[in-house]
Write a protein that binds this ligand. Structure first.
Ligand code: GTP
Ligand code: MG
Length: 456
């Protein structure tokens, strides 16, 4: 029995951190005060959370790009930037999350279980926070860090809520196709369904999954036709729908006796050790009422079936007559069953731990006096740097030097004029390196660093 998988690829983008602010306190008729530029706010995270009201991944197939809010920039007068709001994306119970490479990151089970799918960038420090005894009035601030972005593959093993039962050619596949938003591939010929098809049906706020199983034929329970394997699939459905063909040309058949035959088959299966489906809620649809004779027949048999206490609807997969009412009737029954079931408790998500850098950075010679510096800190620092501000670039150079990058470059054999890449391949920043000047390249201190020229 194949497992059915509902999947969607979502591109999640966390919010960027707000930039820090470089500002000097000013008041009328007073000398300039100290730095009062505040920090930027953090970007919002993108969070996945198990929500019992979400049962399919349809929303993510429709809208695959999701982003959280950016942090606001800091301002002067020590006004801190607001944090960006995190974006919580509801996912169905049992959703498995994989990264781009297909590796499983999490298996989300239990209502309320959460996973941070992308972390928001930290806000940049303002110049007030960067001030120190040595650097009393920094004329620069740090930029906010970019939020994480990644492509995630979400998947759930789908369990159908509704199973359609009926004779071959009663119109089960046609109904799934006509009802379904997910448009399962259904061949345009009246061949019998060999493998169950699933379709996601939407009715108002409800979404549920309908399985179209192969037609049942009399005697199926004793081994004829394609029987038991498919009933096993229906076993997990909370709702069964009898699809009755009102336009069959076969002599000796009519909707009422078809229903009796199918019910008899279900009982024989149960007696032979198969699934017992007697307690499943049932709905009856009289199909093909677009055919005039079928409409007459449906009107005739509807009261007979209703007398047995069955809920009966007249539909046509062909003309789409009654489909809206049909989908709302199923939604109501599915929702009632879901409400009866207890919600699973939240569980802790065990995520693949992030590798912790044992060394703060690595120098990789790329040949031709070119070097790459990789490492979490240097990459982050580069992102925080405003390259339009010499003082900020100088600050970066100092930080890199203190981390030991200068020395490591010399040890790796860097010559004056070396090209140094810091960061990942796609967004690396390239410096011309000169031993006497340091990694800050263009920056050459004129006075003591950390003195805002506006103060002089
Ligand atoms: N006129 C009319 N024809 C229909 C309607 N629904 C289905 N049919 C036709 O009935 C035939 C059988 O439809 P299917 O949807 O394949 O029937 P099925 O119940 O899935 O059949 P199996 O997979 O063999 O069990 C096809 O030729 C359909 O075009 C309908 O509402 N009106
Ligand atoms: Mg079919």
């Amino acid at each position: 029995m194949p497992d059915f998988v509902d999947e969607a690829v979502v591109h999640v983008q966390a919010g960027d951190g707000g930039h820090g602010c470089a500002s000097v306190h000013r008041e009328k008729f007073k000398p300039l005060g100290g730095p009062d530029g505040a920090d930027g706010g953090s970007g919002g995270d993108v969070i996945l959370e198990v929500d019992p009201g979400t049962t399919t991944l349809l929303e993510y197939q429709r809208r695959p790009h999701r982003r959280a809010q950016n942090g606001r920039p800091g301002q002067g007068h020590n006004r801190v930037g607001a944090d960006g709001t995190s974006l919580v994306l509801p996912v169905p119970e049992g959703t498995v999350i994989r990264d781009e490479s297909g590796e499983i990151l999490a298996d989300l089970v239990g209502t309320g279980t959460r996973m941070i799918a992308a972390r928001g960038g930290k806000g940049g420090l303002g110049n007030a926070a960067l001030a120190s005894p040595k650097r009393k009035a920094p004329g620069f601030a740090l930029r906010g860090e970019p939020g994480e972005a990644r492509d995630l593959r979400l998947e759930i093993k789908t369990i159908a809520d509704v199973g359609l039962l009926g004779y071959p050619s009663a119109g089960k596949s046609s109904l799934v196709s006509a009802l379904s938003a997910a448009r399962p591939k259904i061949a345009d010929y009246p061949f019998t369904t060999l493998v169950p098809n699933l379709g996601v049906v939407e009715a108002g706020e409800h979404q549920f999954v309908v399985a179209d199983v192969p037609g049942l034929i009399p005697g199926a329970s004793s081994g004829k036709g394609l029987g038991l394997a498919f009933l096993r699939h229906v076993e997990r459905c909370s709702t069964l729908v009898h699809v009755l063909d009102c336009a069959t040309p076969e002599p000796g058949r009519d909707p009422v006796s078809d229903l009796d035959t199918i019910e008899e088959e279900l009982r024989s299966y149960a007696a032979a050790g198969g699934p017992d489906l007697s307690d499943r809620q049932r709905l009856v649809v009289l199909n093909k009422v677009d055919v005039p004779d079928a409409q007459d027949l449906a009107e005739l048999v509807q009261p007979m079936l209703e007398e047995r206490g069955l809920r009966v609807l007249r539909v046509s997969a062909g003309s789409r007559f009654g489909l809206r009412e049909f989908s709302f009737a199923m939604a109501e029954m599915v929702a009632a069953d879901r409400a009866r079931r207890p919600a699973a408790a939240p569980t802790r998500v065990v995520l693949r731990p992030r590798p912790v850098d044992e060394v703060p950075f690595r120098v990789v010679p790329l040949g031709d006096n070119t070097f790459r510096i990789s490492g979490e800190k240097p990459t982050r620092w580069v992102h925080q740097t405003d390259f339009g501000n010499d003082e900020a670039v100088g600050y970066l150079a100092d930080r890199l030097d203190r981390l030991g990058i200068e020395r490591a470059l010399v040890e790796a054999g860097a010559q004056d004029g070396a090209e140094v890449h810091i960061g990942d391949d796609d967004d690396a920043v390239v410096f011309d390196w000169d031993q006497s000047r340091g990694a800050g390249a263009e920056y050459r201190p004129v006075g003591p660093r950390g003195t805002d020229p506006r103060l002089q």
